[in-house]
Design a protein around this ligand. Structure first.
Ligand code: FAD
Ligand code: NAP
Length: 539
């Protein structure tokens, strides 16, 4: 058994920054990572076209001035290989690898009430013991293939966007089927279409997507960010989504028709998720949202030449933005290619995977390869896969059967010294994740410093504080249009998963202020104990 002050599970952007901060605190730490290198999301998701949808000048760490000044991105929205290089650079630059054990999957984490320590076991049977356990396991790290009948009978190769082969895939001249039209598919489809002989896209729900207007990074543009980082990073931390997006606070309904159109057109030309900041009430006012949705549908109708295909691609039936808004390069244009076919499976679902392809609508399709762009068991799937047990052997999975319960998305009652980075109940996936990751890591490591300074060993939220946060989370979620969509934010992509709005939508800035206030009040809502302080009290 190897003993540490802290075990971190995962070596993506969360795990890397944790190691950096823990070392500064003088705590012994070890990160255990399933993959054979750092990078998390950007190690796993190597599908063609994978790139960030938050501009690289913002989707990057802010904790080191030297790092943010030195690193050079080659594109506005960098592609996966470059983001992975960046993660590797961070690991090397801060000499973090010596505290990471790769090719190591944590299978269980059990709290020992007597020792007041976590005991973690890996799939290979290694055992680690630590005072604190931090789950930096990611929100989108458990890729999922739906339970299609016959999925194992297919004779050709299958790929999931979230488990893409590292050596790449050659689709030249092949007939390929892709299932799904979420963010991953929307990025992959235009690139695969250029290579494949024929690409058939199986769409169950059309998505709203905004052109990224990606392009090469210019020196002037990079310089403008780098010169202003001191202010802009600080400002981003207090926005709604952790992104500087020029939010127009006006209601879309307050603008006249011509003004509204002009604003949408300008944002569309500008590209990216900034489109959703066109007006201040797109996430909360159905009438306002309808105007944005209709504008996007109109762009699709003018882009896609075949009116029937255009109508199938034009998302309807849920408010724009309530499923994660997609950002693309030539997605809708791709359906004008002769080698691309769209098949609507909304009414006639995929019946089964066959030995040669798949069957839907009573028709058999034959493929040389099938791509599953079918998403993830988001936010809870990766934690559920680990046998996590707190006080008296209580299982986290059992506690969360009706949906995750956390205080601030950071901890769960009954599980002392177990922390989640960007866990359910925190802004996480609704934000620029870099901002949320840094905020969580800073908060947790500051809490460790507080425990150390006060001779304390344990930290656990009270049930009362947790219940209040869960109620607040759902109350805020219900003031928005988000619950109207069958999205992975609601757990709706996994049969049987409770329908609960998983992230916290109160805003990155407001959330940060709440977390800071709680810390300033001596970690209000948390029970702190153990260590010398408890011994002193007892004697
Ligand atoms: P991850 O990167 O998911 O890392 C978690 C790590 O934990 C993984 O390496 C995994 O192998 C490891 N792990 C999990 N379970 C275990 C276990 N039991 N034992 C050992 N190791 C384990 N966010 C944005 O803000 N902007 C974007 O543009 C953006 N683009 C994205 C594109 C894609 C394709 C995807 C899937 C997500 C994207 N995200 C984006 C979200 C992205 O997940 C985060 O931005 C960020 O990379 C998460 O970092 P992380 O370290 O918290 O988690
Ligand atoms: P996703 O958004 O969950 O999309 C999965 C797709 O598969 C959906 O179109 C879904 O249809 C479809 N699908 C699932 N089961 C199906 C079935 N049985 N039959 C037919 N279709 C089925 O997953 P994702 O595209 O991987 O994206 C997940 C998240 O990762 C994103 O929302 C985003 O946060 C992040 N991401 C970001 C980027 C980026 O641009 N930087 C890129 C990729 C991913 P339904 O909608 O009908 O369920």
């Amino acid at each position: 058994m190897r003993e540490f002050d802290v075990i971190v599970v995962g070596a993506g952007f969360s795990g890397l920054y944790l190691l950096y901060r823990l070392r500064k605190l003088g705590l012994s730490a070890r990160a255990l990572e399933r993959a054979d290198d750092v990078g998390g999301t950007w190690w796993w998701n190597r599908y063609p076209g994978a790139r960030c949808d938050v501009e690289s000048m913002q989707y990057s760490y802010s904790f080191s001035e030297e790092l943010q000044q030195d690193w050079e991105w080659s594109e506005l929205f960098s592609a996966q290989p470059e983001i992975l290089d960046y993660a590797r650079h961070v690991a090397d630059r801060f000499d973090l690898r010596r505290d990471i054990q790769f090719d190591t999957t944590v299978s269980s984490a059990h709290w020992d009430d007597d020792e007041r320590r976590w005991r973690l076991e890996t799939e290979a049977g290694e055992v680690f013991s630590a005072r604190h356990c931090i789950m930096a396991t990611g929100c989108l790290s458990t890729a999922r293939v739906p339970d299609f009948e016959g999925v194992d009978s297919y004779q050709g190769p299958t790929y999931h966007t979230g488990w893409w082969p590292h050596e790449g895939v050659d689709f030249s001249g092949k007939t390929v089927g892709i299932i799904g039209t979420g963010s991953s598919a929307i990025q992959a489809i235009p690139v695969i279409a250029e290579e494949a002989g024929h690409l058939t896209v199986f769409q169950r729900t059309p998505n709203y997507s905004i052109p990224s207007r990606n392009g090469p990074m210019t020196d002037d543009y990079a310089r403008s960010w780098k010169d202003g980082y001191a202010e802009s990073r600080q400002a981003a931390r207090h926005t709604r989504n952790g992104v500087l997006a020029r939010l127009n606070p006006q209601s879309a309904m307050a603008a006249g028709e011509a003004e509204r159109q002009a604003i949408y057109e300008e944002r569309w030309r500008e590209g990216g998720t900034y489109f959703m900041a066109s007006f201040g009430d797109l996430a909360t006012n159905q009438a306002s949202n309808d105007t944005a949705a209709e504008f996007v549908r109109e762009q699709i109708r003018t882009t896609v030449e075949d009116p029937e295909t255009a109508e199938l691609l034009a998302a309807d039936g849920y408010p724009i933005g309530t499923k994660r808004i997609c950002v693309d390069t030539d997605y809708f244009e791709t359906f004008n290619r002769e080698n691309v076919t769209l098949v609507d499976v909304s009414e006639q679902p995929i019946e089964r995977i066959t030995s040669e392809g798949l069957r839907t609508g009573g028709r058999d399709y034959t493929f040389d390869a099938i791509v599953f762009a079918t998403g993830f068991d988001a936010m809870t799937g990766t934690l559920d896969a680990i046998d996590i047990r707190g006080h008296e052997g209580r299982a986290l999975k059992a506690k969360w059967e009706e949906g995750p319960r956390t205080y601030l998305g950071l901890m769960s009652e009954g599980f002392p010294n177990l922390y989640m980075i960007t866990g359910p109940g925190s802004p996480s996936v609704l934000s620029n994740m870099m901002v949320s990751i840094e905020q969580h890591v800073d908060w947790v490591t500051d809490a460790f410093a507080h425990l150390e300074a006060n001779g304390l060993e344990t930290m656990e939220p009270s049930l009362e504080a947790e219940d209040a946060w869960v109620a607040h989370n759902s109350e805020v979620g219900n003031t928005t249009l988000y619950p109207k969509a069958a999205s992975w934010y609601m757990g709706a992509n996994i049969p049987g998963k409770p329908r609960i709005f998983l992230p916290y939508i109160g805003g990155v800035g407001a959330y940060r202020e709440r977390c800071d206030e709680i810390a300033a009040k001596g970690y209000e809502g948390f029970e702190l104990g153990g260590g010398e302080a408890e011994q002193r009290k007892a004697s």
